[in-house]
Design a protein around this ligand. Structure first.
Ligand code: RB5
Length: 144
């Protein structure tokens, strides 16, 4: 059975990092659903956070990656959608704990604040860390 694709989207500020992360995923044999943007031309980050959230809610992917300048605005956009738990991560500890405790389904990264190698490490940890469940499930359920 083919692996579920990872959805990915960015605004213009995150475009270069998004492209690098797509290459990183593809090199690992992970299929990617690229929802844009497709150039460095200025766009509005909410449009891309929304598009990725809708793709996950529609079952086109189970996990996603968002990139904007800081990772903040685009995660705010995604988190307005029910069932989306987008976590802005600056290091691998954030990425690990948000999977273990929050069952985050979207990793948000800042292209202006996080270097490419740290971003790749965050993505690897995000994809390879399981939710711990237990007491954390009750708390995640309260997020709605
Ligand atoms: C775009 O200049 C910038 O505001 C955006 O990428 C992001 O950082 C917003 O949170």
């Amino acid at each position: 059975m083919a692996a579920a694709p990872i959805a990915i989207a960015s605004d213009h500020a995150g475009f270069d990092l998004k492209q690098a992360l797509i290459e990183h995923l593809q090199a690992a044999g992970i299929p990617v659903l690229d929802l844009g943007t497709n150039s460095r031309d200025s766009v509005d980050y909410p449009d891309f956070g929304d598009a990725l959230a809708k793709a996950i809610r529609a079952g086109k992917a189970t996990r996603g990656v968002l990139v904007c300048g800081t990772g903040l605005g685009i995660s705010m956009a995604a988190n307005r959608h029910k069932g989306i738990r987008a976590a802005h991560c600056r290091d691998t500890t954030d990425a690990r704990l948000t999977r273990q405790h929050n069952d985050a389904n979207v990793l948000a990264l800042g292209a202006r604040t996080t270097g490419i190698e740290v971003a790749k490490d965050c993505l690897n940890v995000f994809l390879n860390t399981a939710f711990e469940g237990g007491r954390h499930q009750r708390r995640v359920d309260k997020l709605g």
